[in-house]
Design a binder for this molecule. Sequence first.
Ligand code: NDP
Length: 459
Amino acid sequence: MAYDYDLFVIGAGSGGVRAARLAAMTGKKVAVAEEHRAGGTCVIRGCVPKKYMVYASEFGRSLHHMKGYGWTVENASYDHNLFMDKMHREVDRLSGIYARNLRNAGVEIIEERAEFADAHTLKLLKSGRTVTAAKILIAVGGAPILPQDVEGIDLAISSNEMFHLDAVPEHIVIVGGGYIAVEFAGIMSGLGARVCLVYRGETVLRGFDDDVRTHVHDELKRKGVKVITHAAPKTLKKDNGKITMTLSNNETVTADKILFAVGREPHTKGLGLEKAGVKLNDKGAVIVDEYSHTNVPHIWAVGDVTDRVNLTPVAIREGQAFAQTEFMDKPTSFDHADIPHAVFTQPPVGVVGMTEADARKAFGMVDIYKTKFRPMKDMLTRDEERVLMKLVVRAEDERVVGVHIVGPDAPEIIQAVAIAVKMGASKADFDRTCALHPSIAEELVTLREKFVPPELKPV
Ligand code: NDP
């Protein structure tokens, strides 16, 4: 049977764009359907605008630092609309580049929503057309969850709306203790909002190393964020323009905006996947093997819709591996081990490899090296911020299996350290690397003393 396309990609986000471009560059007929704009979550309503907001929010602290270095700063003020306008112009520019790169590679961009009509046929919703494809890639990403069991949830906003606030709210309540919650807590606090974080657990950033969690949690509080733990939202009510949220512990909090950052879900609802016979897991994610292959022989899925590791560079590498395997005669599967990741809190987190707890579970004996110190830059500013550095080392062969940093430039440092960890570097390799002085990162190669937990210290 002759199909309209050799490859049809649903979703022009990070994973879909990479796969479509590479496939088209081999001369195949490729189309991408996108219901919003090229670029996906990362470019339009995620990593990119978020990082600009982090930069914007950090200048307040820099002003304070400047005074410590002899500068006089008078009448400093922040114009939210000016910043937002510039940020969105940059987002538009990047989205344009994504679209141009697709077209230059020969990909047809279809600017409407596509849903499965059957296993080889897609219905295009705006035009009402149907098209067929020999191979189909699902790259539709994820969307924020707004829990419908919370009364008045329509009064809350998700991270999507945070990029379109017309002013910095005087008071914002953020629900959640994951990536998005702690990042926006830092951003909003830095921009001058009063921030209250409501988390159902004890310490934010579940899944991260315990020392990292405690450090970030304490830093949030030190920066003035009010943190309410062991509490979940029950009801939201609006009165006189303010929203009051009642919590499970019967406490109430009132704010101008209430952000729910309680996770994201695969964007599979209404996609017609049942008509194509594609299997989903109980969270609605497309089930795939290591080649991103679904249970249907000519359908694949990459990125957040598969709920493996929900990060942009991972989606890109999965999309690339798919294109190499299917169109470039180079079977490739992406290795999900030792993926470096960052949380853009203030100070930021950079992590690669295993937490101490996971390493102890996996290997039994591990050696821990860690330090906390004030960064040199803060010595003249009376800032009490601390850097945390931690190495998790497998005792049997001294291999460094985890590096955890909270401090200035942690994401930049961890990207480079991740190469060593991925290569299997040992603690001895770290030790024989000469320090670069003065820097924060030099602590990584000068950690000498094993950390002994107080309960194991000889009395
Ligand atoms: P996360 O999964 O990181 O965190 C969700 C948080 O919400 C957790 O603290 C969780 O608590 C809490 N929670 C879940 N359900 C409820 C509920 N019903 N009521 C109250 N609290 C609840 O999700 P995010 O939304 O923060 O981020 C989604 C994903 O986006 C991340 O996992 C990450 O993959 C990606 N991302 C990556 C970034 C980066 O790389 N820097 C930045 C932003 C997002 P508990 O801990 O108890 O489960």
